[in-house]
Write a protein that binds this ligand. Sequence first.
Ligand code: PBG
Length: 325
Amino acid sequence: MIENRPRRLRKTAAIRRLVAETQLSVDDLVAPLFVREGINTPEPVHSLPGVFQHTRKSLLEEVKKLRDRGIPGLVLFGIPEKKDAKGSEAWNPNGIVQLALNDLRSELDDEMVLIADLCVDEYTDHGHCGIVKSDGTVDNDATLELYQQIAIAQAEAGAHVTAPSGMMDGQVQAIRAALDSKNFEDIAILAYAAKYASALYGPFRDAVDVEIADGGDRKGYQQNPKNVREALMEVHLDISEGADMVMVKPALSYLDVISKVRAETNLPLAAYHVSGEYAMVEAAAANGWIDGDSVGMEHLLSIKRAGADFILTYLACRAAENLQK
Ligand code: PBG
């Protein structure tokens, strides 16, 4: 005699809904977007099917579409025409991201949360996330000064949230101090707290035209995929420095990290379903090997189940459409 029959609760769609433990909602989605200087028409990113480098105009159209789908937030990345050693276009008030933020804030005001990624790798000619010293390593403290200028430029341009992604020590504290010194106390910081040196960022680097000089990598500042205790330490440091929200990135290979961070903090927790995670779904789906929509939704659901409150994902628009069906 079988005493326990969990299948009783799986019998109908209605009872499955009733006992579902996790919900994915359009409210959980943040769309990453790219805006590029010096182009007249949007350019597709080949390794990210469905994702474009936008003009200021096409960005605005795309964002209105996302708003109409009910998506509450976006994270913006810029591709400048000119790159230099320091990445000075990142804090130029007339730099592409600042201009685009101005457009979005004038058009949408507070209808969507405008998150600005804060880093210099899209803007430097060597592709690193900071100032490179003569020995090839990134100068932590000199880089913080750049990040402070960027935070202020983004706030002045209309960002609601700045999201430092460079993994420099002390970046949250430095940025908080800079924002407060200019009366931007209301601008929130979403800290990429546990960001791993992952091979899954490959397609993103196509999207932002970044190649790290001399075949380099980011292992000197991003985290080692072998470590999870270190992620908790990074999260605690960022919280103590004033982070308003923390992020784990990438998502799927780091669900254990999401789950452990969830247990450690009551702050909102974000996870970034990154370019490589999206590209793998798209590539397999294009070959007819998987049902891309279903697998994509399963990815996002699993990230929520692990404990994330919201997800930065290139699937945002399609997921919103699927959720409305
Ligand atoms: C750095 C940054 C990266 C991503 C977001 N911010 C790239 C990197 O660290 O090399 C990757 C996002 C993705 O892969 O979707 N500015």
